[in-house]
Design a protein around this ligand. Structure first.
Ligand SMILES: *[C@@H]1O[C@H](CO)[C@@H](O)[C@H](O)[C@H]1NC(C)=O
Ligand SMILES: *[C@@H]1O[C@H](CO)[C@@H](O)[C@H](O)[C@H]1NC(C)=O
Ligand SMILES: *[C@@H]1O[C@H](CO)[C@@H](O)[C@H](O)[C@H]1NC(C)=O
Ligand SMILES: *[C@@H]1O[C@H](CO)[C@@H](O)[C@H](O)[C@H]1NC(C)=O
Length: 406
């Protein structure tokens, strides 16, 4: 029932996306104007403007990955050691600043750390390439998943910071897919273990074997949803400020009704929620920045991790696997090769990063220096970036680990 409902919703949304695409410019500007009217001030400010509001003049750099993607990297300059923050799927670096002066980036910058905020390809800060056009060369540009985000985007970001600051190695903090990217990079390019002093994984994602409804129900029909998107030519999911995502913003930034509809109706069942930590009013900020674009292939790769119950490279099917990997099945990521120090922090009510899956990961990583399940019963996936009580429940651990290893 729920899956059928979800499929129908997808079809309707896809239909609207395509219809609206026909009249793109007119619709985009109308929806942008309507949805802007319902956003909070912080919902409308971009990263640089938020940094200024909360006391920092952010520096902005472009870096180019080995495979040609051009990514924006922000820096809140500080005299202390560098800490890189790396965001999750459907998200961008804004996620680490939208809580203002209690956000992770501002809190760590206030403590003197030199804060870097990376962005993965496909987001509005990574929708550029040296030769490919994201609209004209859809098939090539959007042909990536967390594998490329880890092995190219995160690698280039770490190297850029090392080069800029002269530090041999840096500390990093990942959220959700930002943690997956670390596991990919450190297992497939082991030389990067030495370039990471310690990495803190917030809501770690490697295994997805213990997903429960409703997430698992949607994941079960993932291949069908993907086929549908593919047949509609949708390789890019939820492009920033385009008609579909503007409708999301419009519906999702209207206070209490939105809280019911977008919060409890869509976002929270998939992430878990503690309403006292992500309050209705805050949605008016969140949906000015979230969701950010990603590729269809990214979602398919996560779906494969769930369906195959293995943390492996992308499954192209037997013939292409043989050509690409020399084996019928895609190779597993070799977690035993990850020698960098890792701190894992999970949430009891996280519906994506389930505690059992994080335990499974912990037992396979050779150098876990800290493991913690956050105290509150309702602590969820998004609380790690957006909760009002982050300073009580998560920052003490982050500070303890940075002070010890950085
Ligand atoms: C949207 O707002 C901009 C600036 O406020 C204005 O120039 C533009 O005409 C508006 N578009 C529509 C369709 O109302
Ligand atoms: C933020 O907005 C300001 C004002 O519109 C603009 O000058 C700046 O380039 C924007 N920065 C980013 C990172 O988009
Ligand atoms: C945080 O910002 C708010 C306004 O945005 C301000 O009222 C408050 O004093 C600030 N708190 C700190 C600790 O700077
Ligand atoms: C390192 O920085 C130097 C000078 O800023 C630059 O010429 C060089 O290309 C950089 N190397 C990398 C790998 O980014």
């Amino acid at each position: 029932m729920i899956t059928r409902f979800f499929l129908v919703t997808c079809i309707i949304f896809s239909y609207y996306d395509i219809t609206l695409a026909t009249y793109e410019d007119e619709f985009d500007s109308v929806f942008a104007n309507i949805s802007d009217a319902t956003l909070s001030e912080d919902g409308k400010l971009n990263f640089t403007q938020l940094a200024t509001k909360y006391g920092y003049s952010a520096d902005q750099y472009d870096l180019t990955t080995e495979d040609g993607y051009i990514l924006t990297l922000f820096n809140l300059p500080g005299n202390g050691p560098s800490v890189l923050l790396f965001h999750g799927v459907d998200d961008i670096c804004d996620t680490f600043i939208i809580r203002g002066n209690i956000s992770i980036s501002i809190t760590l910058a206030n403590a003197g750390y030199n804060i870097w905020l990376g962005n993965s390809r496909g987001t509005k800060y990574g929708r550029r390439h040296v030769t490919l056009d994201p609209d004209a060369n859809k098939e090539e540009f959007w042909d990536y998943s967390f594998h490329e985000i880890g092995s190219y985007d995160l690698a280039a970001t770490i190297d850029f910071i090392r080069n800029k600051t002269g530090e041999d190695s840096i500390a990093t903090i990942g959220h959700s897919q930002g943690t997956t990217a670390h596991y990919v990079l450190a297992s497939t390019r082991p030389e990067y273990n030495e370039r990471i002093k310690v990495t803190i994984s917030l809501a770690p994602i490697a295994f997805l074997s213990n997903l429960a409804p409703p997430v698992s129900l949607v994941a079960d029909v993932g291949p069908a949803i993907s086929l549908l998107f593919k047949s509609l030519g949708m390789e890019e999911i939820l492009q920033d400020r385009k008609a579909l995502s503007n409708i999301v913003t419009l519906i999702c930034s209207k206070g209490l009704i939105s809280y019911a509809l977008c919060g409890f109706g869509a976002l929270f069942p998939f992430s878990g929620v503690d309403p006292s930590n992500i309050e209705p009013e805050f949605l008016r900020t969140i949906f000015g920045h979230y969701p950010a674009a990603t590729s269809r292939k990214s979602l398919v790769h996560f779906d494969q991790v769930y369906l195959r119950k293995r943390f492996s490279q992308y499954d192209y099917g037997t013939i292409k696997n043989l050509a690409k990997y020399g084996s019928i099945a895609p190779p597993d990521y070799d977690l035993s090769a990850i020698t960098a120090k890792i701190a894992l922090i999970a949430g009891k009510n996280d519906q994506l990063s389930k505690v059992k899956d994080v335990e499974h990961l912990r037992d396979r990583l050779p150098n876990v220096v800290h493991y913690e399940v956050s105290e509150p019963k309702l602590w969820s996936h998004l609380d790690f970036v957006w909760a009002k009580t982050l300073p009580i429940h998560v920052y003490p651990t982050i500070f303890k680990i940075l002070e010890k290893y950085v």
